[in-house]
Design a protein around this ligand. Sequence first.
Ligand code: XIL
Length: 358
Amino acid sequence: MKESRADASAALRDILKDHFLVGAALNDNQIAGKDPGAVAIVRRHFNTITPENILKWEEVHPKPDRFDFCAPDQFVGLGAWQGLFVVGHTLVWHNQNPRWLFEGARGDPELLFSRMREHIHTVVGRYRGRVRGWDVVNEAFEDDGTWRKTPWYTTLGEEFVARAFEFAREADPDAELYYNDYNLWKPAKRAAVVRLVTSLHARGIRVDGIGEQGHWLLEEPTLHQIEATIVDLAKTGAKVMITELDIDPLPRPEELVGADVGKHIELTPELDPHAEGVPEDVQRKMAQRYADVFSLFVKHRAVSRVTLWGVTDADSWLNHWPVPGRTNHPLLWDRLGQPKPAFHAVVEALTRTASAGA
Ligand code: XIL
């Protein structure tokens, strides 16, 4: 695919300004100012940022009486300086927690609720008015729509979700509050989330947005499944967000479709076919896939934000998951920070849509 002059100067945030916010997750290095190349891409192309790890419980609240706000302060400062919509990720999840969080709490729901309240009040309260949206609860359901049997659920029951949203609302009444999960294109899981959000709304507990993470493959989910997801989630009245978009072109065992970070498989050469570079046909398929999904997103007013899970291929968590040590190529900028054919295809598709609509 040839790079035209117009493509080279196009910024995603400008092309998408009438549709939705567009952003990326930032890693520790980028937040610490050690990767100016990636930050330059962010400044040019994005108007929202999410921290990949630094606001997870084990990082921001490693000891019962110790919060570490150094990196989060830098992250929120970067957002303010650049005028970006800052998203917080994530308050209540079953991964990347410190061991002490669930210690002594198994048979003691009040203890766990009080830990949850203190954490949410302290973290959300500190960034009140500056972190504009929070992933309050992450990944509460299994793919079959049953509740995931995490320590949150087994100790507190379904009520843990409502309480998390209430604590966050108390801490910042003006922040947008989200439920976030992967594989919502699977009907049973999506139905469970729609039921949950509808029942919270009926109780007067507002969920402002639902995030489908969007850790997708080249051919799965289908565009039809993605569209059905957007349409169904929007029926709750909540905004719809694609919160962690990446498209993985590498082989993936069927049972690992999605983003269960607890699962790993061993590296073999067959699982790492593009270590020396991406063949042209794969680049083309990636370009088509990215153009297709962005063209779909702009069709739906309910989509209010799309965030890529990383800036360049070099940063992507998919180099380490589900197979540690692979060379992956799931984003719009390559390992050298150059825009890929997929980037140009997105720009071209959106420019075409815009001129067709004008
Ligand atoms: C991932 C990060 O990208 C990795 O750096 C980390 O080692 C594990 O977590 N769903 C989520 C994200 O909600 O927080 C996960 O991020 C990816 C899956």
